[in-house]
Ligand binder design. Structure first.
Ligand SMILES: [Zn+2]
Length: 132
């Protein structure tokens, strides 16, 4: 059995409610990880962090009034663009949309506004290709 590097207590894998605070907003998120039964310290693997990444990203985007990971994906699909094509069209590197849709990175506010305008049909892919 694994032991805690802080106090030598034993570690137990469990899902814990964790409170995240962002710009004075708080949200409870279920965070899987190994937690010490003695001191309560949590040890999260990159896989554990990946699992909660999207939920945390969407919480922050809600506070910032940005599109959520799923909303970005839905708009991109509505525009009939692959992640690769969207990344070429809007810039930001080939993995840009993969990052916006998994919560690894947030889209910039100008891109967010542009995507919202495209979602309601104010700007088309053709418009972008013409002026881009
Ligand atoms: Zn401990």
């Amino acid at each position: 059995m694994k032991t805690c590097p802080m106090c030598d207590g034993s570690l137990k894998r469990e899902d814990r409610m964790t409170v995240y605070t962002y710009k004075n907003h708080t949200k409870e998120i279920v965070q899987s990880g190994e937690y010490c039964v003695v001191c309560g310290e949590g040890f999260l693997s990159s896989k554990d962090l990946k699992a909660s990444q999207k939920e945390i990203a969407d919480f922050k985007r809600g506070v910032d009034h940005l599109l959520t990971t799923d909303e970005v994906r839905a708009i991109r699909k509505k525009l009939k663009l692959t992640q690769e094509k969207a990344s070429v069209l809007f810039g930001g590197g080939v993995r840009a949309f993969h990052k916006y849709e998994t919560g690894e990175n947030a889209q910039s506010r100008p891109l967010d506004i542009l995507l919202k305008l495209m979602d309601i049909g104010k700007v088309s892919v053709d418009d972008l290709q013409r002026i881009g």
